[in-house]
Design a binder for this molecule. Structure first.
Ligand code: ATP
Length: 316
């Protein structure tokens, strides 16, 4: 009898291990590890210059890592480019189209390269581009160009799509159209690696989120896990300025950060239980002062993102 053999599991959609990419003195990606599982949406979230596009470009085979390994559907994106091309869809930042080409022609051209393409008319309709078939690319609005680029990435029915800021510059209606489409892709088992600056986009779309900062992973997890990490609560309260906080620090212990953020406005950060609110009120009584406004607030994912990646605006 033939021995029972476990079929080897399909490799992850994307596997990056220890990838480093430098441009001169700039370390764009500095030792990155990540995996996109089949049928999952992974969002790379990061500020300008975090290394998101460079990561996608290594996956798309446009550039090779200086060190480390990148595998896409188990293949080398550069050496196996021809085998990978029909299986992946790519939406570049800023489109990358011939400005004179008409919408319908561009989509038909992309569909022509695929074995079992989607119906281009269906995609045009789904992405709200019906009626723009004969419009040259350069005459489309920015949002229409963006949606056409997405249509071109998807028309070949890819197993895996790379979307570089798919909703940048879209109005809220168009953004929701794109979100719905990405949800449908996941339902159809398509794997998606996308980049975004928008925390709410990562929260709405992704199974896994990686927060990138200066080319490495600052935090990773499901949106819920990250939100819980970011969900540390804080108490804001007002009282007379310049109170001595030592007794409150002693009462709350080392898990809490307590600051007077501006004269008379105080902040307590840490796990907030009812006893903590009581301790603040008791401390005020001991100080013989009246507690003013008191508010308990949760840090959102956006706060976590800013804390991890810094609040200063980067040049690029
Ligand atoms: P953005 O959100 O602004 O698109 P990003 O997270 O995609 O940023 P990358 O475009 O990957 O970041 O850039 C990472 C760093 O590498 C930046 O400092 C950028 O200036 C630099 N960089 C990227 N491509 C090149 C290149 N071809 N030549 C030189 N430097 C580059």
């Amino acid at each position: 009898m033939e021995p029972f053999m476990n079929p080897s599991p399909a490799p992850p959609a994307v596997r990056i291990a220890g990838a480093v990419k430098r441009f001169g003195n700039t370390v764009a990606v500095g030792g990155l590890d990540l995996q996109v599982q089949r049928g999952q949406v992974l969002a790379l979230l990061g500020a300008n210059g975090a290394g998101k596009t460079t990561t996608l470009e290594m996956c798309e085979g446009f550039t090779s890592p200086d060190r480390g390994e990148v595998r896409v559907l188990g293949l080398d994106p550069v050496a196996d480019r021809d085998r990978l091309r029909p299986r992946i869809g790519v939406m570049l930042q800023g489109g990358g189209a011939y400005p004179g080409a008409r919408t319908g022609e561009m989509l038909a051209l992309a569909a022509g390269c695929a074995r079992t393409p989607h119906d281009p008319r269906w995609l045009l309709q789904t992405l709200g581009l019906t009626g723009a078939e004969r419009t040259p690319y350069r005459r489309l609005s920015g949002g229409q160009q963006q949606r056409l680029s997405l249509a071109c990435a998807l028309v070949g029915r890819p197993e895996l799509v790379f979307l570089d800021e798919p909703t940048a510059g879209l109005d809220p209606q168009a953004r929701h159209l794109v979100w719905e489409l990405i949800d449908h892709l996941r339902d159809d088992g398509v794997s998606v690696l996308l980049t975004t600056h928008a925390m709410e986009e990562a929260e709405a779309l992704a199974d896994q989120v990686i927060i990138m900062h200066t080319g490495t992973v600052s935090a990773a997890g499901t949106p819920l896990e990250l939100a819980q990490r970011g969900a540390e609560e804080q108490i804001h309260f007002t009282a007379p300025p310049h109170l001595n906080l030592a007794a409150l620090r002693d009462a709350l212990g080392t898990h809490y950060a307590i600051h007077e953020v501006e004269p008379g406005r105080y902040l307590v950060q840490g796990p907030i239980a009812p006893e903590v609110v009581l301790a603040v009120a008791t401390w005020c009584t001991q100080q013989h002062v009246v507690l003013g406004e008191l508010r308990v607030q949760q840090r959102r994912l956006e706060e976590l993102f800013l804390d991890l990646t810094g609040r200063e605006v980067r040049a690029g």
